[in-house]
Design a protein around this ligand. Structure first.
Ligand code: SAM
Length: 213
């Protein structure tokens, strides 16, 4: 995603601490009290501009959603969407997914969404792919038993890599679609990338997988 650097983004995030978590380390183990309920927590890693997370939060008021995004210039758009929708069940954090265990205790999260993650096609960059085994370990350490990963992408190579990576890790595949938009799957909420690539005719791949307790 080519995004203009927004030097004011940090200040804007700081103005809305009810939506943009300012000190995520302090939230570890306390998410139920932060949301004010014990609804399940679903996180999206690499949330981008937030269409998916805000759409999901509107559609599922009994789930709490947290968008994780490395780029403050990108996540500030997600913040604007949340402010406009006045949603009580969604927050964002401007952090690196490598550090998720600092922000969530074991079993605090029920589901991880990965949408259109950067493909990092070069073999030497494999460790940066969000479905690499070290990331699968991080997600496992914050998910409850039988927690799930739901993954969508337009990138066939990354999808094939992810099917192998998740299977080799010992996860069980629950759902695989090689053409989501023609699959009859109901309740799909589009991401920004999904809209852009599907309008250009790209096929969308999707999987659901669970960790085995
Ligand atoms: N999910 C959105 C969508 O489908 O429209 C955005 C997809 S974009 C290709 C990938 C996003 O993941 C970028 O905004 C990038 O900054 C973010 N990202 C990549 N690695 C990350 C990491 N380690 N931690 C948090 N965010 C990350």
């Amino acid at each position: 995603m080519r995004t203009r650097n927004k030097p004011w983004a940090k200040d804007r995030l700081a103005q809305y601490p009810q939506y943009a978590i300012a000190s995520p380390e302090e939230c570890r183990g306390k998410w139920a009290s932060i949301f004010g309920n014990d609804h399940p927590i679903h996180i999206e890693v690499g949330t981008g501009k937030g269409s998916f997370i805000t759409g999901m939060a509107k559609a599922h008021p009994d789930i709490n959603y947290i968008g994780i995004e490395l780029s403050e210039s990108v996540i500030v758009t997600a913040l604007d969407r949340i402010i406009e929708a006045e949603l009580p069940n969604v927050k964002v954090m401007n952090v690196d997914a490598n550090d998720l265990e600092q922000f969530f205790a074991k079993s605090e999260v029920e589901r991880v969404y990965l949408n259109f993650s950067d493909p990092w096609p070069k073999t030497r960059h494999e460790k940066r792919r969000l479905t690499f085994k070290s990331f699968l370990k991080i997600y496992e350490n914050i998910l409850r038993d039988n927690g799930e990963i739901h993954f969508k992408t337009d990138n066939q190579g990354l999808f094939e890599y992810s099917l192998t990576s998740l299977s080799q890790y010992g996860m069980t595949l629950l759902y695989v679609s090689l053409d989501l938009h023609k699959s009859g799957y109901e309740g799909n909420i589009m991401t920004e990338y999904e809209k852009k690539f599907s309008e250009k005719g790209s096929r969308i791949y999707r999987l659901e997988a669970k960790y085995n307790a």
